[in-house]
Design a binder for this molecule. Structure first.
Ligand SMILES: *Cc1c(COP(=O)(O)O)cnc(C)c1O
Length: 443
């Protein structure tokens, strides 16, 4: 397994993260356990801030909190000076409860409810990323009623769609998100937005995909957005102060993944902005980006305890762990690949190929197909790397499995940041109507 950040194998042959031996973390917190390498998260945040500072452009780096939204993470991101994206009242509530400055919060989503819009206006968030005309009308109406002026970006689809290892350039983007540049919808939206008395149009937003390993897709998006900015300036006399280029910067999950350095992504984007906007505006727009996965993904490790095994001679050996698709649905959802090691015997050579199964009642509940490991025994610890993003935030209680605890580790210290759910938590929202509660089964 590739060792990220502060992860290393210690003298006892155990995996150690942030100076903490995972066998001790297991003893203290149990498994499954999400372990976050705090130093690596901070390093990723600083890489973005430093690369943009070096670009000389005005900027904001907004952490896309959907990747991993908990109060401690929000605090950490605030400490590092980033802004924050939220896409629901729940993420907004988390941010506000964590004391994140509202002025640096951006609200996303293709179907914000009136209640969410009210909550966000009342909180005084920095801007709304408006997805469609229905939302634009709703936002204007609510802002007018509250006698507020709200900042907006319009989400546009530039006709660039990035897939994991390639991007495709399409004339007409088939997406549920945003205003299409190609068919004129984005132009109309600028016209409408600029005429709303309670909205202040800051600029545009474009997000082309996720887990992207090249810069060409971003550069093409900048070129298209710049062309759009030119037509809007000429036709409507509107200038964008902000161009938000979204997230999607790729990370290394497994051997063979070849992400770029943060500085390479940022350098390519800022160069493209300088190139394509130079002839349009006298003052270059601010550049905002929204990394999620690349801030927190490789800093996370999930620790499991090995339980049962099923060996089908000549076919496959299944090794089952005490978690699965409830704490990491990505393999089942996206066929995502992960690497793993036996964390309490991390110095031993691999001797067999096995597949890691979860404990849910689903054949698709697999974490890894085919991983090389030493022969595992019940009670061994299995560590799966790169689970910081879209794991805890996508976790479920399927099979009424309790969601795991989360710890931050750094400098030999571990801090519990999410406690493990209890049996009581599982039924906390259940209500049994009285007419059923009193009855017993007739014999
Ligand atoms: C998901 C998303 C992001 C973050 O994507 P990552 O791949 O995690 O960097 C940023 N912006 C928008 C609009 C998104 O939907």
């Amino acid at each position: 397994m590739f060792l990220h950040g502060t992860s290393r194998i210690n003298d006892a042959g155990h995996l150690e993260i942030g100076g903490c031996d995972v066998t001790e973390l297991k003893a203290e917190y149990g498994t499954p356990l999400y372990i976050l390498d705090e130093q690596l998260v901070r390093r990723r945040c600083r890489e973005y801030m430093e690369a943009f500072t070096a670009s000389g452009l005005g900027f904001q780096v907004a952490y896309a909190s959907k990747a991993f939204s908990i109060m401690a993470m929000v605090r950490l991101v605030d400490e590092e000076g980033l802004s924050l994206d939220v896409v629901s009242d729940g993420e907004l509530y988390t941010a506000l409860q964590a004391g994140f400055p509202a002025g640096r919060i951006h609200f996303h989503g293709n179907n914000k409810t009136p209640d969410e819009i009210e909550m966000a206006i009342d909180a005084g968030i920095g801007c709304f990323v408006v997805d469609n005309l229905v939302e634009l009308g709703l936002l204007q109406a609510i802002a007018a009623r509250k006698e507020a002026t709200v900042n907006v970006l319009l989400r546009v689809t530039p006709g660039v769609e990035a897939h994991t290892h390639e991007y495709t350039s399409t004339g007409q983007t088939d997406s549920k998100f945003g205003f299409d540049i190609g068919n004129g919808a984005a132009y109309e939206a600028v016209k409408v937005a600029a005429g709303q008395p309670n909205l202040k149009l800051l600029g545009v937003h474009s997000h082309i995909g996720s887990q992207i390993f090249e810069t060409d897709g971003f550069q093409l998006a900048v070129e298209r957005v710049a062309g759009f900015a030119r037509s809007v300036k000429e036709g409507l006399n509107v200038e964008f102060q902000v161009v938000n280029l979204g997230g999607g910067f790729g990370i290394r999950y497994v051997e063979g993944d070849t992400p770029l350095q943060v500085s390479e992504y940022v350098g390519a984007i800022s160069d493209a902005v300088k190139t394509y906007f130079a002839g349009i505006y006298s003052k270059l727009p601010q550049i905002w980006v929204e990394p999620g996965r690349s801030i927190v993904g490789d800093a996370g490790t999930t620790l499991y305890t090995v339980g049962t095994q099923k060996d089908i001679p000549g076919v496959r050996k299944y090794v089952a762990v005490d978690g699965g698709m409830t704490d990491n649905p990505r393999p089942a959802l996206y066929q995502s690949k992960y690497e793993a090691l036996l964390a309490n015997r991390a110095d031993e050579a691999a001797t067999e190929t096995v597949s890691i199964a979860g404990k849910c009642c689903e054949s698709g509940d697999m974490l890894i197909w085919d991983v090389e490991l030493p022969e595992a025994n019940s009670g061994d610890l299995l560590a799966v790397a790169c689970t910081g993003a879209y794991n805890y935030s996508m976790a479920s209680n399927y099979n009424r499995i309790r969601r795991p605890a989360v710890v931050f580790v750094q400098n030999g210290q571990s801090d519990l940041v999410v406690r493990r759910e209890s049996h009581q938590d599982i039924i906390v929202n259940d209500i049994v109507p009285a007419r059923i509660a009193k009855q017993t089964v007739a014999k």
